[in-house]
Design a protein around this ligand. Structure first.
Ligand code: ASP
Length: 443
């Protein structure tokens, strides 16, 4: 039976998703209360100390899974596809779609931000702009050259996902070329993939606590007051993110694959919550992969490639933030971007999202490149810095949804989606019986 704690009934009766959602709500309430109390002891010992520890342990546990999971599942995926031409097709289709969705996202963001016009008449007094430095924009050539690792061990150790993917795909192709002799190795990889998915299940059991700690800490530290000065920015950004999440992406899914977007969204909810809590597409890879395969029904031969690939190169939500932030800051500084400026923003945002990994806050670093490119003052970032963590959480949820949508479209096009799984609302739900350790079976 498909064993996923994305939905665990675990004996307690309540599904794990429900528990995680309750934990998220409680985290917000407790965080806002702690922020209001603003007590030194509570801030250092409970918020930064205890919640910080639980949250860090949880995110670390997710991250510890990413590289081995991607390695074994992708190796299984490449050898499972069996045909190098199909592999090339999946790769080029997903690459094209990822670029397309990102460009679409940022265009919508630019249009909406231009219509709403946040930042006009903004008062800059009292904003500390020291300590903000611009990041260098990598060239397209450098981005592509860096895909080939010099030392695979180093690539694995530092979690360079594009290099890990490249090396694993090459390894998989070589394994395929050896034919029959590779069978035991392929079986071992499949087995290891299952083992990794079991560890995902174990980590998921701790999810309600981890999510609670992460959310409570963020809200305790951020507070609601930070939003007021930049409310127009926040409202425009969230509106653009929601349009992408609830209109653009679902329309794309429906037209290109025929799959029901409402069913799809319901199935992706656990991954969205994880992305929101961790603000990292990379750390969420295990959960996105699990949702895409066990709940949506994408074949692992497609998902094992498209999900980690997307987590690295596809960032729709981040692109949206860059579009809105650019227009906002242009308004604040009363600088006219002009059509050329807008086109530059689109191109830069798409490029920047290819070269950077999905980790917390990276969108802001990428924004410095975009601003520099269109001649806006980098210091402007100080204005939106305070709210960026929360915006990061929302845009990361959008990022991983984009990854899963493209994965599903590609899987559907390749005939690699199990519609019975997709239609089954209980697919990927673990029962309490699955949670037992079957010693006897091993004996
Ligand atoms: N945190 C985002 C992600 O991991 C990237 C960003 O926008 O900062 O997808």
């Amino acid at each position: 039976m498909a064993d996923s704690t994305a939905e665990t009934t675990g004996g307690g009766g309540m599904s794990l998703t429900s528990k995680i959602m309750i934990a998220m709500g409680l985290g917000i309430v407790v965080g806002v209360i702690l922020n209001t109390i603003d007590n030194d002891f509570l801030n250092t010992q409970i918020v930064a100390g205890f919640f910080g520890m639980i949250g860090t342990m949880f995110v670390n546990a997710l991250k510890m899974l990413v590289v081995p999971l991607v390695f074994f599942s992708l190796l299984g995926g490449v050898t499972g596809i069996g045909d190098i031409r199909v592999l090339g097709r999946v790769g080029s289709k997903s690459f094209g779609l990822y670029l397309f969705t990102t460009a679409l996202a940022i265009t919508v963001a630019l249009v909406l931000a231009t219509l709403i016009g946040p930042g006009r008449g903004f008062d800059m007094t009292g904003i500390d702009v020291s300590g903000i430095n611009a990041a260098e924009a990598p060239t397209v050539w450098a981005v592509f050259a860096a895909i080939v690792p010099t030392n695979p061990i180093q690539a694995f150790a530092s979690g360079e996902m594009l290099q890990v993917i490249f090396y694993t795909v090459v390894l998989g192709i070589a394994v395929l070329m050896l034919g029959g002799r590779s069978k035991p190795f392929i079986e071992a990889c499949d087995y290891m993939n299952e083992v990794m998915m079991k560890i995902v299940d174990l980590v998921m059991r701790a999810a309600p606590y981890g999510v609670f700690a992460l959310i409570a800490k963020t809200f305790a530290e951020q507070g609601i007051g930070l939003f007021l000065p930049v409310l127009a920015y926040v409202v425009t950004l969230v509106a653009a993110l929601m349009i992408h999440l609830f209109i653009t992406l679902p329309t794309l899914l429906k037209t290109l694959s025929g799959l029901n977007p409402i069913t799809f969204m319901r199935k992706m909810r656990p991954a969205q919550i994880f992305a929101f809590s961790t603000a990292s597409s990379n750390a969420t890879i295990p959960i996105t992969y699990q949702c895409a395969t066990e709940r949506v029904g994408c074949d692992k031969s497609v998902a094992s490639f498209c999900i980690p690939f997307g987590a690295t190169i596809n960032m729709d939500g981040t692109a949206i933030m860059q579009g809105v932030a650019t227009v906002f800051l242009a308004n604040v500084y009363a600088i006219d971007l002009g059509l050329a400026g807008y086109v530059t923003v689109i191109g830069m945002a798409v490029l920047a999202s290819i070269g950077t990994a999905g980790v917390p806050g990276v969108g802001l670093v990428m924004l410095t490149m975009v601003l520099g490119q269109v001649g806006l003052p980098i210091e402007g970032i100080a204005i939106i810095l305070g709210v960026d963590r929360l915006m990061d959480m929302i845009r990361t949820a959008v990022n991983i949804t984009g990854d899963a949508i493209v994965t599903s479209i590609v899987a559907k096009g390749e005939g690699k989606i199990d519609l019975a799984v997709f239609e089954n609302p209980d697919a990927g739900i673990e029962t309490s019986a699955d949670a037992q350790l079957p010693h006897e079976a091993i004996a």
